[in-house]
Design a protein around this ligand. Sequence first.
Ligand code: JFZ
Length: 460
Amino acid sequence: MKIPASLSPGRFAAVALAFAAVTTPSLAQAAPAAPADAAAKSEARRAWFEEARFGLFIHWGLYSALEGSWDGRSMPDGTKPNGNSWYAEWILPRMEVPEDKYRAIAKRFDPVNFNADAFVAAAKVSGIKYVALTSKHHDGFALWDSAVSDYDMGATPSKRDLLGELAAACKKHGIKLGFYYSHWQDWDHTGGAKPNFGKPWKPQPTDAEFEKYWKGKALPQVAELIKRYDPDLLWFDTWGGEERKQITSKRRDELIGLIRSLSPKCLINGRICSHAPGNDIDFLEMDDNAYPKEWPGRPWQTPATMQHSWGYHATDYNWLDAGQMIRNLARCASLGGNYLLNVGPKFDGSLPAPAQRRFLEMGGWMAANGDSIRGTARLGTAPWGCWTRAKDDSVRYAHVFNWPSNRSLPLGKLDGKTPKSAALLEFNRPLELSEKDGEWFVALPNHAPDRYDSVIKVSF
Ligand code: JFZ
């Protein structure tokens, strides 16, 4: 809710202070950090992130109530000019839901089945080490009680501090805390960017309008998130250079400057400005479900869905199986990247059964093979799968997706290193190594012991 300054001096001061940090001349004129300095700081800040390799994305908001359907029609809906998408969190503009009806969902947002502790515990089983929850998605609704907006958790019956509950659960379970914040698209505020549809749904803001939104909502809300919840990561969203007009390098640096001034530890993703992320982000964010073919030259992450939709969609049956996710995770690790796997909780806060099951399945594999993912460094792809390795290269992990029918796994030249032993990681059973013309081979059992990714540990 919006709070007049006179009623809540503490809160207002906090926001005003954060705000002053980006507007005071001294800071605005300060030279940007030298790239080398910024790089060293980022390296220290993101150590946990690179160690983790695996995180959980959570898309949850008012859209979750509609479950991908409106007025008897489900997304994707070819009869609507902009309805041809599975993304249930886009239901408002794509299915042309009347705005008053969409906004009214807030009045019945009472997530009685959201138990942050149980939720985090269930997700943690999978092996994830951090979460990123949509604190505000494109629709503009803040999932916490914001001092600069009435379109927020404060307008719901329970007024629960969901972000605080999640923060406490993460702390308890040793999981790092992240928030997605839609800083560019805001469909509720006149000044927020709007979808770039063939048939416009709402006009784009003028620059003056965007500036009003930027200073009056986006920057203060980001400051609130940091001051109230002390996140380890902020996840911003722009794509395809479409943000060019509104998210200029100046505004990008203003937002980064605000975050850096309030929190030395908070990581920032590259989608803060897709056309020019600059040197002061902490990692690149790939396109949705997009995997690079080689190391992009910086730390990176792929945001991935379990279905097509990010927000809960009741009739999106396009679930990946756990095996596909396990391979995606291994592929990311093999190229030095992270896998941010999404779940869309139901409107009542509960975890959909198919997601719960996949957490368990991935966790089963991770319990046996986690050493080949967590804390590893990149080593690239292989004809039969991919490679990861211990940071000191004392151990290499062959992730075998395609089991050779001749029972001999070609390891290649191993950079001229001589392996001491090889073993199936899960079974800790030795396998025979042999060498021919400088190339190494492992003798395999008849059948792949894991139908998704059998890991062979090669020690030096
Ligand atoms: C964006 C959001 O619009 C979407 O709702 C979700 O939050 C997702 C994680 O991010 O969607 C995108 C962003 C970038 C691309 C595609 C969808 N892209 O560049 O391919």
